[in-house]
Design a protein around this ligand. Sequence first.
Ligand code: GTP
Ligand code: SPV
Ligand code: MN
Length: 581
Amino acid sequence: MSSTLDALTDWVDQVATHTKPERIVWCDGSDAENQALVEMMLANGELVSLNAKTHPNCYLHRSDPDDVARVEHLTFVCTQEQADAGPNNHWMDPAKAHALMDELFAGCMANRTLYVVPYCMGPIDSPMARLGVELTDSPYVVANMRLMTRMGQAALARIEAEGHFVKGLHSTGELDPDRRYIMHFPEELSIMSFGSGYGGNALLGKKCHALRIASYQARNEGWLAEHMLIVGIENPQGEVRYIAGAFPSACGKTNLAMLIPPQVYREEGWKVWTVGDDICWLHPGDDGRLYAINPEAGFFGVAPGTSAGTNPNALAMLDQDTIFTNVAVTEDDQPWWEGLDDRSPQKDWQGRDFDPANGPAAHPNSRFTVSMKRCPSYSDQAENPNGVPIDAIVFGGRRAHLAPLVMEAHDWVHGVLVGAAMASETTAAATGEVGVVRRDPMAMKPFCGYHFADYWQHWLGVGAQLTHPPKIFQVNWFRRDDEGRFIWPGFGDNMRVLEWILDRCAEKVAAKETPVGAVPTQGAIRVSDLAESPDMDTLLTIDPEAWAEELIAVEGFLSEYGDRVPKLLIERLQAVKKGLS
Ligand code: GTP
Ligand code: SPV
Ligand code: MN
């Protein structure tokens, strides 16, 4: 091994001395390596085989029932100064965190294998891509990282050429929720995760590296690391425009990224191309526009609600080469979840005979892991090393009330305020109560690796530098009527809103200005071909009194971030408030 890999081999040696694995395996990412891992996991029960006729090369993993979601209360950002982590993060002194983690990791890999997983976030030849190595004792993590990142030989070769990478150390430990910590050391570019095998806690390339560590690096280097999907919309003239969208966990990114337009749109020639469904790295280009890459290579998507009606593209990719986590199974061993179809499952996500008295058959946060290449709408630009130019940024959330179907921010500064003011109902993607409205600025509350006030300042700074900044919008697919039903049909019909957004970007359509943003004029959102017209008045009306209350709440929220909050943002908030009164 060449000398530029010395830092890596030294670190592997050091970790092995401390954690005492039975053996060390350097992963090359090959099919043969994956096949051997799968066979081992089938033999030891970590994976269960599914119906090989209907779902070739698909497997089911059942987590420990106490380990099914991200654990925000056990996730820490460990900067030297507590203030740098900000009120948005749990903080621990790095020395204390290291001592705690060293104790947990001591000897924890006895009788286990230590896998060395080199990975690249982003197209392997992209100047925007970043490297990492995850050391893990979980073969399930290895199999997932192989689908979710460019993992193995090519990544190792680039690490050797560049000489630097993010260090991630992971052990499932005993899966004891009381001995579980996800620690980030942005100043050391390292991550330590102990006691969980679940996605966002354990696949360290994803939220830990590509968002928490990367957002910290991005701030220092002048770019943005965001919790965003990237989608290309092709119009009947064959022009493709790209939209990046930040929605909190389990709020519709995967679905929007691969939507199938309604029939009238398809007949006109509209097409949708998927670039990414969860994470987006945005870089200012020489032409004054913002360019996006998806650092991931796969989808770790929410299963419940995915069906032939809601997301046919997702369903099509899931019948082969997919790892399912915590879904139910039918009597003939096909994966099943709530919302899929009207078959009844035989076994629930814990492998018990299905009994509705035990709750849903599939865990509400059950997921699928699949390569992006299996997506029928996979964009031919997804591998473009220079990324795709972004015309619009969309912020969305789950709001039963208040937030309109769509509105446009007045300008970049107002757009940053709209993003910072986002709120959404909590979901099963993280442990804790579900359905509670909380502030989730830019859908980054759980993922920003530094002080939110500094983050908003950075957003303002990036925007100021762009001669052609994307327009910024807010959307809400989740408005409910008095009976609690969703008013907007959502899913493929969200295309109707994207068309308006792109028309606004191209200055093709007028809008109704309000102090909180510009909303579509009557009839501007095409709905006439829908069998049942949704209540567009409710969806698009801005209630000045309710918004005045909302802005007071936003003001209170921003004040929690102290005098680091950009003055420009506060001034803009005051201006909007004044406009309303
Ligand atoms: P993460 O992977 O957790 O970051 O989530 P995500 O933002 O990619 O969410 P996803 O697209 O997987 O959607 C989560 C849930 O919301 C699923 O159950 C979907 O069926 C549902 N959903 C998505 N889009 C819509 C929509 O337009 N309307 C309604 N009513 N539900 C939606
Ligand atoms: C999310 O929770 O936002 C996800 C799944 O995308 S996880 O990888 O667990 O973060
Ligand atoms: Mn996510």
